[in-house]
Design a protein around this ligand. Structure first.
Ligand code: ATP
Ligand code: MG
Length: 335
């Protein structure tokens, strides 16, 4: 095919990596952001404890998974055991209490797949999404965080990919493109596939961590301190990896037949997952298996239109990495 890449690129791997690392560093949240988050969490904790004595709060998503850029919203899970009210009712009660407590822009989204309350805290200026009893999100946050401890290149690559996706407007699930969570899974899978590998497959190793959430058994090797240096045999620079990542999703991935799975560290077939046809709104045009909720395809939000947008953007990024001496300005050019 004419759009297959030639085996060379024009950028200098050292120079391009330096530029990419500067972008990465600039995206890391400053230390005071952590402080403001703790402040918000403390006051939210006081509020919910006054309503539900058994309530506990957990952070999840990018504020806890090591893949958060500066100024991102925080995601909180409110866990109440033995609560008889539905999640929507809890969300409504919480929304009223937040309003009474002078929080701003309080919105209860009770009809979403996962009901949430959104609000912003005037004291810290931080926006927050609170969901109820969504412990699977807390566990997958820990998994992502643990992967990030093994090789720094994962965090660097994922920041760059997330930043690219935001600049190019392909990080909008309500418009049929992929969530940040999906992009991080794509990065983990990609680094598991490098030869030599940059990341192991933690769920294929002897479990040292195990929790059950509903009927899902979540188990994996979480003693990641013992795995520091795992990727050392692989000498690829960040620039090499960014280039190969886009090249993979532009020209090499088999969208028709395969599913990526960080759970197995392999490719699975769409046939074995029964993801070969459209069911309702779920199209399975790009298939990314959730590591714990294995019947869940993170690509299911992508439809006939948005798959074209997404693949065009992968090809654009791959061509820029291929052709430009200094690829960064064009790569992150706002859409
Ligand atoms: P951002 O920096 O864009 O806010 P984020 O890491 O918070 O990134 P989101 O996509 O907002 O990413 O997801 C927040 C968390 O919610 C994820 O870390 C994950 O735990 C959970 N999550 C999000 N989407 C899904 C999904 N489709 N299925 C299961 N869990 C999900
Ligand atoms: Mg988030």
């Amino acid at each position: 095919k004419s759009n297959r890449r030639e085996p060379f690129h024009r950028f200098d791997a050292g120079k391009c990596t330096t530029t990419l690392l500067a972008i990465f560093e600039a995206l890391i949240p400053p230390a005071d952001e952590e402080k403001r988050r703790k402040q918000l969490l403390t006051s939210l904790d006081e509020l919910v404890s006054g309503i539900w004595s058994e309530a506990r709060l957990f952070l999840f998503g990018s504020c806890a998974n090591a893949f958060g850029v500066c100024n991102s919203d925080i995601d909180v899970c409110l866990s109440i055991e033995g609560e008889s009210a539905t999640r929507s009712e809890v969300v409504c009660t919480l929304a009223e209490a937040l309003k009474a407590n002078h929080m701003q822009n309080v919105q209860a989204l009770t009809h979403a797949r996962v009901p949430i309350v959104k609000y912003s805290d005037p004291k810290t200026g931080i926006s927050c999404d609170v969901c109820v009893n969504n412990m699977l999100a807390v566990v997958n946050t820990k998994l992502l965080h643990d992967y990030a401890q093994i090789d720094v290149r994962l965090r660097q690559l994922a920041f760059i990919v997330k930043h690219w996706a935001k600049c190019r407007q392909v990080n909008e699930t309500y418009r049929g493109t992929l969530s940040s969570y999906a992009y991080v899974l794509m990065c983990i899978h990609f680094l598991q596939q490098r030869r030599p590998p940059v990341l192991p497959c933690l769920q294929e190793m002897e479990p040292t961590y195990r929790v059950t959430v509903g009927d899902i058994d979540c188990a994996y090797f979480d003693k990641v301190d013992n795995l520091k240096g795992f990727g050392q045999q692989n000498k690829e620079t960040l620039a090499d990896l960014v280039w190969s990542f886009f090249d993979y999703w532009a020209f090499r991935h088999d969208y028709t037949h395969t599913v990526i799975s960080i759970r197995t560290g392999k490719y699975l077939s769409k046939v074995e997952k029964d993801w070969t046809r459209r069911i309702g709104n779920e199209c399975h045009l790009i298939c990314i298996e959730d590591p714990f909720e294995v019947s869940h395809d993170l690509g299911r939000v992508v439809d006939k239109h948005s798959i074209r947008v997404l693949r065009d953007e992968f090809r654009r990024a791959a061509r820029i990495m291929q052709q430009e001496v200094n690829p960064c300005p064009a790569l992150f050019e706002p859409y």
